[in-house]
Design a protein. Structure first.
Length: 172
């Protein structure tokens, strides 16, 4: 069974990370890490690790996480990952994904992006298996509400991870 880790850092759209986590198909073993800032607005129960617990299983490559999502990915978290700082469970899990050549999907949440943000994203996108995928939606699926937009985003992230889904109307 493949293992998927969803990390939620302290940026706007933290609820989108929870929704992504909840939509992971049952054939995957799923884990959730939330930062202290995200914890202010989120409470969940199954396989959740606290970001300060650097000894939690996802901090080790031997635990065998196959796909790591960081949704949303704050600019602080992005910068730390880019320069190799692994001072909490989210940044450590990203570091493990990079060193183990496992898929790491980052959804940076900021607008506009500064040159510094873009430099960090470019540096990370050059690494094998790191994908920069901000929460940017398309109009071709004709969203009628926020749920349609969220399903589009999660569906696109699942596509990048190789997770089959029918969460949004595809380009015709």
């Amino acid at each position: 069974m493949k293992k998927i880790l969803v990390c939620i850092s302290g940026a706007s759209t933290a609820g989108l990370g929870i929704k992504l986590y909840n939509l992971i198909p049952p054939e995957y073993e799923r884990y959730l890490v939330i930062s202290e800032h995200a914890k202010v607005v989120l409470e969940k129960e199954e396989n959740i690790f606290i970001n300060d617990d650097i000894s939690a299983p996802p901090a080790s490559g031997s635990f065998g996480i196959d796909i790591t999502f960081i949704v949303p990915c704050s600019m602080n978290t992005l910068a730390k990952i880019s320069v190799g700082i692994a001072d909490n469970l989210i940044t450590r899990a990203a570091s493990v994904a990079i060193k183990e050549k496992k898929k790491l999907i980052l959804a940076p949440r900021e607008m506009p992006f500064s040159e510094i943000h873009l430099e960090h994203m470019l540096k990370l996108s050059r690494l094998q298996n790191v994908i920069i995928a901000p929460p940017i939606f398309g109009y071709y699926n004709k969203p009628k509400n926020i749920n349609d937009i969220e399903m589009f985003l999660i569906g696109k992230w699942f596509d990048l991870a190789g997770i089959e889904n029918n969460l949004f109307k595809r380009w015709q």
